[in-house]
Write a protein that binds this ligand. Sequence first.
Ligand code: PLP
Length: 370
Amino acid sequence: MRARGREVLDLAESNPTRCGFRYDRKAILPALARPAALEYHPDPRGMRSARQAVAEYYRRRGSGAASLRIGPERILLTASTSEAYSFVLRLLCAPGDQVLVPSPSYPLFEFLAGLNDVELVPYTLVYDHGWQIDLHSLQSGITSRSRAVVVVNPNNPTGSFVKRPEVGALNALCANHGLALVADEVFLDYAHDGRVRPSLAANRDVLTFALSGLSKISALPQMKAAWMVVNGPKSEVQRALARLEVIADTYLSVNTPVQLALPALLAQRRAMQGQIRRRMAANRRELAKQLASHPACRVLESEGGWYALLRVPVTSSDERLALDLLRKRGVLVHPGHFYGLAGEGHLVLSLIVPEGRFREGLRRVMAAAG
Ligand SMILES: Cc1ncc(COP(=O)(O)O)c(C=O)c1O
């Protein structure tokens, strides 16, 4: 449609560099052009100064329990969170081994697991006064080939954080079955109520890998810099780090300029998260306003992240509805099945798109679906 010159209002856009945010060029660009970028001193875990900057991020996320002291020796840099997933799967799994993943959730799991010859076993998140992990479904998915449980904190697209009692249950389950916990926390700083949520990087009860990166934390996905924090029983952590070092050493994929710039790029998070939070708050208000005159539609409860899950009357499949919205109304949204949402009647909208586009796109969605 675009190639034919038709306007498309993209309400699925989640690339922050295309959403009209202001980036501080004067701070970002010189940080990438440091003279030391002309030298090469590879460290498989990533430069210590860059890992120190990540440690500082966890220390300064909040006060009290939210402020975490993590030694840089427990941090390993990767080129993306996706690469971090890949390294963890390589570390934990032999071909044919299984990993438990939430459903609905992030669609890339399928590709990451497939490329690493790992089988995915979904466990259910249920919507009942907010989203919760169906622990029975998680438990019943465990087999002798299970190696890890993945949680997305907060989950994409449901926006649900892992609750404290759920962490207790996950730890008990992982300890009983010898499983590792993999926590994807790329959206951790985006709680709608502004409260700082604790990171699972603090989890010591079982072998835990907490994954995050610049793509959401500083809204800089193009920099290709991410990390994992390894925590848990000391001997397991040391064994895991030693092996991860071999995996990372094979690729040495994180480039020098970005590692040198990491402290400056991480410092951008304050300005970027402020802009993104204000944008999301405005779009959520607009959503509430338009929903007030379309009682057949509603938005599902969400605590954080960058997405809204819209429940609409089921008149056709989500796929059909999304295609009709695109062809007849020029609005792009994601159908719920992209994320494994059970049943029909779900559309996923990005909350970071510019306000004017969101307002008009939503108006067209409501006119068609509501
Ligand atoms: C839940 C989740 N994890 C990871 C990523 C990817 O992060 P990265 O760009 O660091 O690979 C995304 C990107 O949208 C995501 O939604």
